[in-house]
Design a protein around this ligand. Structure first.
Ligand code: ADP
Ligand code: MG
Length: 608
C-alpha cells in the first residue's frame, strides 16, 4: 500500500495561511502599514481604490530591501525581525511571523518596488498567486512601495463575502487610525479613489488626535500621565460629557501597538464611575509602555490581544490615574461657571491695573500654626471665610476648586510677600524634592518644583499681560544661534518676552543678541529657556483655547523653576510656600499636575 500523506505545495499552504492573516482589505492595510513602520519610515502614503478591492498601495521612505531580500520577503516564515525563539520575548517590531507578504501574495496581484539607501538601482518584482511573474532592476527612490491589486482574485468565495464599499472603507480607516495614532511622529497620507482623506504631518500625540478627529477633539481631551516601575501610562481620556452610546474612540496602545483589552477597558470605565450615565462608554487614547518581556503578544493571530504579566497591578494603576486626572479636571467646570469673557487669557488679566483686594488683614494671622487665633476684630472676616480656610487645610485634595474661589481674596492678601518674614511656617525639606509643613488637620506635602512653577507661571502671565517686569542689562550682550524658522518664531513672541524682561534683537538670519534678562535669571539659564520655549511653541496645537501667552508662561515657568534635587534653605522653603498660597490656583501646576497633598492626622491614627 502506498503512503498517502504529502506536503502541501507552497502556494496552497500560503492560501490557507492567508485565510488567517487576510480577512478583508483592511487586514492588508494593517500589515503593509506595519511593515513600513518596522522599516523606520518617516513618511507613509496609503492609496486605496474601491475600498481596497481594486488597489491597496503603501509607499514608505524606510530602509528598503536588497534584491535578495525583496525576493525572500514573499517566502513564508521569511522575516528579518526575529532570528531565534528568545527574540519573541523582546519584540520591538510590529511583525515577526514572516507570514504577511507570503499570504497576501498568495491571494492577489502584488507589485513590489524597493531600494536601499546604499544601492543605486532598486528592484521591481511582480507576483500573482505566489508565482513570480517578473523581476527586474528599476530606478526608484529609497524605500518601498507595495501595490496589492485584485484581492482574492483567485478565491471568489472570499471576494463575494466582502461587504459593501462603505463598510470595507470604514475598516480600512479604523486600521489607518490605529497605526497613525500609535506613531504620531511619522507623517501619513491616505488617498481614496484619488481624494486625500488624511494628510498628517509629523506631530505630537495631542496634535495627531486632533489631526484625525478634528479641531473639536482638542477641547475634549483630559491628559493622563503616570509613570511607575511596571508601566508608564500617558495619553488622554475624553471628558465625561463626551461619553457615547457606541464604543467609538477607545484606543489602547501598548508599546505603540494597538491592542484590545476588555479587562483594561473595564479599568477605565471604573474610573468614570459616577461621572457618566449607565450604558455610555468613555472615550480614551491611552498609551502604555511596559517592558517587552512582561507581555505576550502572541496569543492572537492578528495580534490585537496581549497578555500582561502584571495585569492586576496595571488595572489598579490605570483606574487610579484616570480617576485622578478626572478629579483634577473637575476644577474646570467650576472655573467655567465663573468665567467672564476675558478668560481665554487666564485669570482675565488684560492691560489694566489689577484691583487690589479690599480686605483688611491681620498680619499676625498664621494658619499654619493651629494655636494662632484670629483676633476678635476680624470675626466678621473669619465668619465669612472660615469654611474656605478649613477647606484649604483639610480638603485640598478632594476639592481644589473650592479653595480657588472661596478663599481667593483672602489668600492673596494674607500671604502677601511683605509678611513672609513675619510668619514662620516650620517647614522642612525631604529628599530635596518635597517641602513638608504641619497644618491644623495633619500635614501638607508640597512638590517644590511644581510649586515654584505655579508661582512663576502666575507671575509671568501677569507680567506678560498686565505689567512689565524689570530687566537687568547684560554687560556683554549674549549672542545665541538659531535656525531661520526659529528666529521667526521668536520674533512673533518678542513683545511678550520683553514684558517678562528678555530684551533682544536679531542680528541676522541665524543669531539673536540678548541685551537684557529678567532679574531672577542667570545668564547660563537663558539658552535652555529659549530652547524649551521654541520647542513648546512648536508642540502647541494651534487651535487651543489657551492663548499663546499661556504657553510662554508655562514654558518659561518650567525652565526657570527650582528643580527637584535642589537644596532649599528654611527661608527659601517658607518663601515658596507663602508665594504658593498667594497664587490663584495653588493646588495644581500649570500643566495641571498636583502641587500638594495633605495627610490627615486621622490617617496616621489608623496606621498606629
Ligand atoms: P514580518 O513583518 O512578520 O517580518 P512580512 O511578511 O510582513 O513579515 O515581511 C517579511 C519581511 O519583508 C520583513 O521581515 C522585512 O524584512 C521585509 N519587508 C516587508 N515590508 C517591508 C518594507 N516596507 N520595507 C522594508 N522591508 C520590508
Ligand atoms: Mg509584517
Amino acid at each position: 500500500m502506498t503512503d498517502i500523506i504529502q506536503l502541501l505545495p507552497d502556494h496552497v499552504a500560503n492560501q490557507i495561511a492567508a485565510g488567517e492573516v487576510v480577512q478583508r482589505p483592511a487586514s492588508v492595510v494593517k500589515e503593509l502599514l506595519e511593515n513600513a513602520i518596522d522599516a523606520n519610515a518617516s513618511e507613509i502614503t496609503l492609496v486605496i481604490k474601491d475600498a481596497g478591492k481594486t488597489l491597496i498601495q503603501v509607499t514608505d521612505n524606510g530602509i528598503g530591501m536588497s534584491t535578495t531580500d525583496a525576493r525572500l520577503s514573499f517566502e513564508r516564515h521569511a522575516t528579518s525581525k526575529i532570528k531565534a525563539a528568545e527574540d519573541l520575548f523582546n519584540l520591538n517590531t510590529k511583525g515577526f511571523r514572516g507570514e504577511a507578504l507570503a499570504s497576501i501574495a498568495a491571494i492577489a496581484h502584488v507589485d513590489l518596488k524597493t531600494k536601499r539607501e546604499q544601492d543605486e538601482i532598486g528592484t521591481k518584482i511582480e507576483i500573482e498567486g505566489s508565482t513570480v511573474v517578473s523581476q527586474e532592476a528599476t530606478v526608484v527612490p529609497t524605500g518601498t512601495t507595495i501595490a496589492v491589486k485584485n484581492l482574492f482574485y483567485n478565491i471568489p468565495a472570499r471576494r463575494n463575502f466582502l461587504k459593501s464599499n462603505p463598510v470595507e472603507t470604514r475598516h480600512i480607516i479604523d486600521e489607518f487610525h490605529r497605526v497613525a495614532l500609535a506613531h504620531p511622529s511619522v507623517a501619513f497620507k491616505m488617498l481614496h479613489n484619488g481624494d486625500a482623506v488624511f494628510t498628517l504631518p509629523s506631530q505630537n500625540y495631542r496634535q495627531r488626535i486632533v489631526g484625525i478627529f478634528g479641531n473639536k477633539a482638542n477641547e475634549k481631551l483630559v491628559p493622563v500621565e503616570e509613570f511607575t516601575e511596571i508601566v508608564k501610562v500617558s495619553g488622554f481620556v475624553l471628558k465625561p460629557e463626551f461619553a457615547r452610546k457606541s464604543r467609538g474612540e477607545q484606543f489602547f496602545f501598548v508599546n505603540n501597538r494597538f491592542i484590545k483589552s476588555g479587562y483594561l477597558n473595564h479599568a477605565v470605565s471604573a474610573a468614570f464611575e459616577g461621572l457618566i450615565k449607565e450604558g455610555l462608554h468613555p472615550g480614551y487614547f491611552l498609551y502604555l509602555e511596559v517592558n517587552p518581556q512582561s507581555i505576550d503578544i502572541n496569543i492572537h493571530p492578528t495580534k490585537t490581544e496581549i497578555k500582561f504579566d502584571d495585569e492586576h497591578a496595571i488595572y489598579a494603576m490605570l483606574r487610579a490615574t484616570i480617576k485622578h486626572s478626572l478629579g483634577q479636571f473637575s476644577i474646570a467646570p467650576v472655573l467655567d461657571f465663573n468665567k467672564d469673557s476675558g478668560f481665554d487669557t487666564p485669570y482675565a488679566y488684560s492691560k489694566k491695573n489689577p484691583i487690589a483686594p479690599k480686605i483688611e488683614v491681620d498680619p499676625s494671622f498664621n494658619p499654619f500654626k493651629p494655636d494662632t487665633v484670629v483676633k476678635q476684630k476680624h470675626t466678621s472676616l473669619k465668619k465669612e471665610h472660615t469654611p474656605a480656610w478649613e477647606s484649604l487645610y483639610t480638603g485640598l485634595e478632594s476639592k481644589p476648586a473650592n479653595i480657588t474661589f472661596e478663599s481667593e481674596e483672602v489668600t492673596g492678601a494674607l500671604f502677601d510677600e511683605t509678611q513672609v518674614t513675619k510668619t514662620s511656617l516650620a517647614t522642612f525639606q525631604i529628599q530635596n524634592k518635597y517641602i513638608i509643613s504641619p497644618i491644623k488637620s495633619g500635614m501638607m506635602v508640597i512638590h517644590q518644583h511644581r510649586a515654584h512653577q505655579r508661582v512663576l507661571y502666575e507671575e509671568l502671565l501677569k507680567n506678560i499681560t498686565v505689567k512689565e517686569a524689570v530687566s537687568q542689562q547684560l554687560l556683554f550682550p549674549l549672542v545665541l544661534q538659531f535656525s531661520q524658522p526659529d528666529i521667526k518664531l521668536l520674533l512673533k513672541v518678542q513683545e511678550q518676552l520683553e514684558h517678562t524682561g528678555f530684551l533682544f534683537s536679531t542680528q541676522n538670519d541665524s543669531e539673536i543678541e540678548i541685551t537684557g534678562v529678567p532679574i531672577s535669571i542667570q545668564e547660563s539659564q537663558v539658552s535652555p529657556i529659549f530652547e524649551q520655549l521654541l520647542s513648546d511653541i512648536k508642540e502647541d496645537v494651534p487651535d487651543t483655547s489657551f492663548s499663546q501667552n499661556d504657553i510662554l508662561a508655562q514654558s518659561m515657568a518650567q525652565s526657570m523653576a527650582v528643580k527637584t534635587g535642589t537644596v532649599l534653605t528654611t527661608e527659601e522653603q517658607e518663601h515658596l510656600v507663602n508665594q504658593l498660597f498667594a497664587c490663584k490656583e495653588p493646588s495644581v501646576s500649570p500643566k495641571n499636575k498636583p502641587v500638594l497633598m495633605t495627610m490627615e492626622a486621622s490617617d496616621f491614627d489608623k496606621k498606629f
